[in-house]
Structure formats: structure tokens, C-alpha cells
Write a protein that binds this ligand. Structure first.
Ligand SMILES: C[S@@+](CC[C@H](N)C(=O)[O-])C[C@H]1O[C@@H](n2cnc3c(N)ncnc32)[C@H](O)[C@@H]1O
Length: 236
């Protein structure tokens, strides 16, 4: 399905109760970039961690329909007024988008997948692209990055949204995150994941930031560099 067609279908979505739903949680430029990356590189296996209302899931699914590929999107639950399942049906996307709701979250889902993919103690990678846009917190998302990179094929893309986001900037932060410390509320936690984990990961390279520094892109090395290999063998 072409980009303009999936976007037109998503914009025409009307939620239960008749209100046009505000389903877009990623800037249009970010969705377009992900779509173009999947189609122009003929990617066949993609993962989204954090489906939200499912708009980007559908854009990725539409791109996968162009390449004969498949996308898996994982969230804690199916949200209202829309989720990846309802939007997928509305847009007319089929088996190229698999929607997973796992109440334990993506890190447990990834643990099961790594366990299934482990042969002789080594994880066999599965995905060409992983888009992480989930908890927006240091602890779950630093782990999610490390687990997802294990499942990424050499040359695969890792995309991270919200490098410039802090929890206190949400209008509903008191209800959702009011129990956290000032440090947790006022830190750019995904920026921490990007600078302290992604940018220093021995298997990631080709870093770039788009959407005015909001979205981070990296690629898994085809061959780990000698620096990466040596530091793994000898320590820092
Ligand atoms: C910003 S939204 C995702 C937006 C979506 N990627 C898009 O582009 O439209 C973040 C989502 O991550 C989900 N989430 C948060 N923590 C999670 C976890 N540990 N496991 C799975 N999903 C999680 C939330 O339920 C929420 O739906």
C-alpha cells in the first residue's frame, strides 16, 4: 500500500462515538522516513515496540505490504479510542501486521523471542528494523534497546523516538507519573538511552538524529569493529 493511501485511510478514521480520533503520536516526517526506509531497502521483518493507537504500526504494515514483508507491533494493551487492531481493520491491512498485546510488556516478549532464537548459546537475529517508542523511561528502555539489538540482523536499523522528551512535559504527568522523583520526571530519559547505551553500543553505528533531534537512527554493524571486539574480549 502506498504512503499517501495509508495516510488518507488513517486520517479518515472516526472513533466510536463519532469523534475524529487523534491517533498520530509520531510526527508525519518520522512516519514517512520509516515507511521510506522499509520500502527503499526492501525490508521484510520489522518490529515496533510501543504501538500506541497504531498509526505508525499501520504505516509500517503498509510499507511491509509493498516489500512482501511483515511487521510485529507490541504493546501492554489494546488502547482506546484506537489501537493497532482497530486501525489495521479500518485501513485494510492484512497479515503483514501482527498485533501483540502483552501485559508484561515488550521486555518479556523480547526475552521469549531471544530464548526461541537461541541456538548453541547464540541468538539468531530476526529483524531488519526495530522502532522503539514505548515506556520513555531509562530502565525499561535501556534494556529494550539491548534486547532488540540482539534480534537485529547485521545492517539492520534501530530507530528511537523521543530523545527530547521528559515525563513532566505530559499534561497528565501527575496522574500517570506523580509518584516518581524530580530527577525521573525532569530527565530526558530516552536521551540518556541514546547517549549512554545506543551511541556507546559496540554493535551500533551510523548514528543520525532527525525531526530536530527528536528521533535517533542507528544501524547494526555488519562486522563488529575491532574496538567493539577488543572491548568485549578485554574490557574497556
Ligand atoms: C507513544 S506511544 C507509541 C506510539 C506509536 N509508536 C506511534 O508511533 O503511534 C507509547 C506506547 O508504549 C506503550 N508501552 C509503555 N511501556 C511499555 C512496555 N513496557 N511494553 C510494551 N508497551 C509499552 C504504551 O502503552 C503506549 O501505548
Amino acid at each position: 500500500m502506498k504512503y499517501d493511501a495509508v495516510m488518507a485511510a488513517l486520517r479518515s478514521y472516526v472513533a466510536e462515538g463519532g469523534k475524529p480520533a487523534s491517533i498520530f503520536l509520531l510526527p508525519e516526517g518520522g512516519m514517512h522516513e520509516i515507511y521510506d526506509c522499509i520500502v527503499s531497502n526492501r525490508l521484510r521483518a520489522c518490529l515496533e515496540l510501543g504501538s500506541g493507537f497504531g498509526a505508525t504500526s499501520c504505516v509500517m504494515g503498509a510499507a511491509a505490504a509493498e516489500t512482501g514483508g511483515k511487521v510485529v507491533t507490541v504493546d501492554l494493551a489494546l488502547h482506546w479510542p484506537a489501537n493497532a487492531s482497530t486501525l489495521k481493520a479500518h485501513v485494510g491491512i492484512g497479515s503483514e501486521l501482527e498485533v501483540v498485546a502483552d501485559p508484561l510488556g515488550y521486555n518479556w516478549y523480547l526475552a521469549d523471542l531471544i530464548s526461541k532464537q537461541t541456538v548453541n548459546g547464540v541468538c539468531q537475529p530476526l529483524f531488519d528494523l526495530c522502532f522503539l517508542d514505548g515506556a520513555h523511561e531509562w530502565q525499561p528502555d535501556a534494556l529494550a534497546l539491548v534486547l532488540a539489538v540482539k534480534l537485529l540482523k547485521p545492517g539492520g536499523w534501530f530507530v528511537l523516538d523521543d530523545l527530547d522528551f521528559k515525563l513532566r512535559s505530559m499534561p497528565t504527568w501527575k496522574e500517570s507519573h506523580g509518584h516518581l522523583s524530580d530527577r525521573e520526571l525532569d530527565t530526558y530519559q530516552i536521551g540518556m538511552v541514546w547517549n549512554l547505551v545506543a551511541r556507546q553500543h559496540p554493535e551500533l553505528t551510523a548514528f543520525k538524529e532527525t525531526e530536530s533531534g527528536r528521533i535517533g537512527w542507528a544501524r547494526k554493524m555488519v562486522q563488529p569493529t575491532s574496538r567493539g571486539l577488543l572491548s568485549r574480549l578485554l574490557g574497556p
